[in-house]
Design a protein around this ligand. Structure first.
Ligand code: SF4
Length: 381
């Protein structure tokens, strides 16, 4: 149930949970878990810390939280949530890139040549039946089919906060009016400050793009456009053995801070999709999370103005809810052997979605993915 009787900051969604509530701050693309005491405090106007996190209305300035995602006491660790936090919705199975680790590769191959105009309606139907707080418009590359992306954004925004997940490869400017109108957060993929490293991890597909096109350049153009248009935006990075050293991550972080980007999401590469074949030199070692903790600590020590969020799909591959370009639910199997693709019937669609969510999604992993469980940052502020 949504809580409506508090003065939330613009673009914030709040959902009641048995442990208190979950708040989602769209501007920062960040979830927070609140215990009952903090929900009560919010009813009375909130605390300075919640204002600084962007949850409640205040004249106080916001500040970076370096991964903090909990307000209050959670003695048993990160709480499980009753309903999905996020559903990822494919606008298309097309993509002009060939990322070496593409998690969605198995939901693109076999779909991209059979694109059907009725598919977006199915994606919308299943997304509307999914009681998530946030709908991510993704793919494939949504900018490959801006018409589909716009339809999804307009439909999802009726009951969800919306994120556009993009490489920037395409005409982001065409979507700017609807992104602004619907308060969409734009999350742009960028893997390295070094163009060569980035473009090796995220090469172009010559079927779609001319020689010389660069995913590094398109990501930066999209970030600059989003900032110039005052859209909420952030960067996301897939951490692999090729871009995940401490020095490489600090260099990228410093570029983002200098460009005014205030949220950075990091995903440790998962052995799923294309990376399931474990290409040599791609997967990280056991020390990847330690490196990320050092990056967060360094950022906090320097009080740099950037939130860092680390997902945890590498620990629980079956923690993400996807809707394919054809409108099926898709869930990665826990053992990393591929995705289960599940049609959702028109009859009792919501119960069907929730049955799959409860049976197939790692509930703790789902909450941990979006609440920074990887870093166990409950002691950091
Ligand atoms: S941009 Fe996304 S969908 Fe396209 S190849 Fe890269 S990871 Fe896959």
């Amino acid at each position: 149930m949504m809580i409506t009787s508090v003065r939330l900051a613009r673009g914030v969604r709040l959902r009641r949970e048995t442990f208190g509530a979950i708040a989602y701050v769209s501007e920062r693309d960040h979830f927070y878990a609140l215990d009952h005491a903090h929900v009560d405090a919010l009813r009375k106007g909130g605390t300075p810390e919640m204002a600084a996190a962007g949850i409640c209305e205040s004249d106080l300035p916001q500040r970076a939280f370096y991964g903090r995602s909990q307000f209050g006491s959670f003695p048993e660790g990160l709480p499980a949530v009753s309903l999905p936090l996020v559903v990822n919705c494919f606008a298309t199975a097309d993509c002009p890139l060939r990322c070496t680790y593409c998690h969605a590769d198995d939901l693109m191959t076999g779909y991209r040549d059979r694109d059907d105009p009725s598919w977006p309606d199915e994606v919308i139907r299943v997304a509307r039946a999914t009681p998530a707080m946030v709908g991510v418009v993704t793919g494939g590359e949504p900018l490959s089919r801006p018409d589909n992306a716009e339809r999804l954004i307009r439909a999802l925004t009726r009951d969800k906060a919306v994120v556009l997940d993009t490489s920037g490869m395409g005409d982001l400017g065409r979507l700017t009016p609807v992104l602004r109108e619907c308060g969409v957060h734009v999350r742009i993929s960028l893997d390295s400050s070094d163009r060569d490293v980035n473009d090796r991890l995220r090469p172009i597909n010559r079927r779609y793009l001319p020689l010389g096109a660069s995913s590094h350049r398109s990501a930066w153009e999209a970030l600059h456009l989003a900032r110039a248009e005052s859209l909420s935006c952030s960067a996301q990075t897939v951490v692999t053995a090729q871009n995940g050293s401490y020095a490489q991550l600090l260099a990228l972080r410093d570029d983002l801070v200098a460009a005014g980007v205030r949220t950075w999401t990091l995903h440790v590469v998962v052995a799923a999709g294309k990376a399931a074949h474990r290409p040599r030199g791609l997967l990280t070692g056991d020390d990847a999370v330690q490196t990320l903790v050092r990056v967060v600590d360094d950022t906090a020590a320097a009080a740099l103005p950037i939130d860092i969020r680390v997902t945890s799909t590498h620990r629980a591959p079956n923690s993400t809810l996807l809707i394919s370009a054809r409108g099926e639910l898709a869930v990665q199997r826990g053992d990393g052997t591929g995705k289960d693709v599940l049609p959702v019937s028109r009859f009792a669609a919501r119960s069907g979605v929730m049955r799959h969510f409860r049976r197939r999604i790692d509930q703790a992993g789902h909450a941990s993915r979006y609440l920074n469980g990887t870093l166990d940052l409950s002691v950091r502020v």
